[in-house]
Design a protein around this ligand. Sequence first.
Ligand SMILES: [Zn+2]
Length: 224
Amino acid sequence: MMLREPYGISELGLGKIFPENLFVAKDIIEDLEKLRQSALQAGFSLKVESAFRSFEKQLSIWNRKAFAELPLLDKNGELIQKLPENEEEMMYCILFWSALPGCSRHHFGTDIDVSDASAVSENYEVQLTPQECNGIFAPFHEWLSECIASEKSFGFNRIFEPGRGKIQPEKWHLSHLPTARKIQDSFSIDTLKAIYEKTDIACKNAIIENLEKLLDEYVYPYFI
Ligand SMILES: [Zn+2]
């Protein structure tokens, strides 16, 4: 059974995966291991690079970016020299590379970022970039695309596809749709707004004022 928070899963609904030592929703573990086996048979070593991320963790990333404790990058991945002048500008600036706390699909526990460990050496640092997907991990992603197209991906699907919403395409991000949909169904803008009101979050006023629009751009287009 899944235990839900207003924006995702409660930590009680999580289980650990190995060898990564990361947490995902317990309900997806069996299918994830099947996908891993299937990858192995095709000559790939599916590695989960990131999985569940808590609201608090995302909040910490968000606030550190807003207070320049983490680098703020423009759409080309270059460091922004001139800091945004108002909350709204800052909010959209952070949103280019980071999800709004409470709106990350990594809160669901059903979504993972994957790579192919067999394609790189042990000390290679995975970046999760389009360049990698079209380069060193291209055969793995082609195999994944085929699995998804032929419905042999055990419920996993790509979410951040071109043309859906304002989030950059991310081939490496997979969602276990049958489980994610249960969480999507209980997602509530009113609850989220109430959470922001009592949370110490940077750009708070801009977020609350623009919440409907933000969800239309960054959240709902991906509720497939
Ligand atoms: Zn992701």
